[in-house]
Write a protein that binds this ligand. Structure first.
Ligand code: 5MY
Ligand code: ADP
Length: 290
């Protein structure tokens, strides 16, 4: 427990600091997310409890695309000395990856659940319009790429907030590029995005579920992509697999028998962007960073 620290690979969301709560890890394979203020934290716990036990959620979907939920735990934090704070205990989705390249993509043209207070709706709508959410049905919230020689390239908040359509395409290309700096050779596109078990095939499996499921509406949730940049082989495979997961359930609403067209639309749009990158990229054997 003394080893608690902010995750090195966090790419978006609230970050832990001397005066702010944020997620923590301790190297045990678990990820601790502080319960957020107001009813949000309790809402996220309630989602995980309902989702984990729901008989209508296919086990394959739950196990493949969602972090496992291990209950809640009070933990000490730097932001609130002497006042342990409750945290969701989740699987660390990047555990076991030597050099995680990570992308957080917030799905949906609308990021607030029905019934939200007007000031919150206004705040979210402004962000959805300023970013690509309204136009594309998703926005890139943050990316971290480990390149040749282990150099880490990552986005800064103001930069991702200002991305337009071309910028989003550039980021999705950069995520599968092995060069350092701003360039994008897409050398890893076939291995990470394409092929059996790649991002595209997983997103299509997730989409098939979203075409059916009417249990939950995932407002403001993100798709988290992860792969080990040190494990992309010359034959095109990725050791440890490519991870495609959903995170951030503070704004999930009841589905009430209606499909989540907001999430589904964004997912289709993301699939199209990624499949365009794969088809435009010649299948050259990737060289992982060394
Ligand atoms: O608190 P803020 O204003 O920094 O906004 C958070 C966003 O940071 P931003 O400044 O847009 O990069 C933050 O955005 P990122 O995840 O960093 O893209 C989230 O949208 C967060 O919402 P929630 O945790 O999903 O409810 C946002 O929190 P809420 O708007 O839900 O409070
Ligand atoms: N279970 C997890 N395992 C590993 N990293 C995670 C996990 N959940 C979230 N993250 C990381 O933390 C970031 C913020 O998580 P999120 O749940 O969206 O928090 P917030 O509600 O503050 O936006 C994500 O972009 C990702 O980098």
């Amino acid at each position: 427990m003394s080893d608690l620290r902010p995750p090195e690979h966090q790419v978006a969301g609230h970050r832990a600091s001397a005066n702010k709560l944020g997620p923590l890890v301790d190297g045990s394979g678990l990820f601790y997310k502080p319960l957020q203020a107001g009813d949000r934290g309790e809402h996220e716990v309630a989602f995980y409890e309902a989702f984990s036990a729901h008989a209508a959620v296919p086990p394959r979907i739950r196990d493949t695309f969602f972090p496992r939920f291990h209950g809640t735990r009070f933990l000490p934090t730097k932001a609130q000395p002497g006042e342990p704070h409750p945290h969701l205990v989740l699987d660390d989705l990047l555990a076991g990856l030597d050099a995680p390249s990570v992308a957080d993509i917030k799905i949906g043209a609308i990021t607030w659940p029905p019934g939200s207070p007007e000031p919150y709706v206004a705040k979210c709508l402004a962000k959805d319009r300023e970013t690509t959410s309204v136009l594309l049905g998703f926005r890139v919230s943050g990316i971290r790429v480990v390149g040749t020689g282990g150099a880490v390239w990552r986005t800064e908040r103001p930069e991702v907030k200002a991305l337009d359509t071309a910028g989003v395409r550039r980021m999705l290309r950069r995520y599968v590029s092995s060069v350092s700096g701003e360039g994008a050779d897409c050398a890893l596109a076939a291995a990470v995005y394409g092929g059996e078990g790649g991002v595209l095939s997983q997103l299509r499996e997730l989409k098939a579920w979203f075409e059916e499921q009417t249990l939950f509406h995932f407002y403001s949730a993100s798709i988290l992509l992860g792969y080990d940049a040190n494990a992309v082989s010359a034959t095109g495979g990725v050791g440890g697999g490519v991870r495609v997961k959903l995170v951030d359930f503070a704004h999930v609403a009841e589905g009430d028998g209606v499909i989540d067209h907001n999430f589904l639309g964004g997912l289709c749009s993301l699939i199209k962007f990624i499949s365009d990158i794969v088809s435009e990229t010649p299948e050259t054997p990737p060289l992982g960073p060394s």
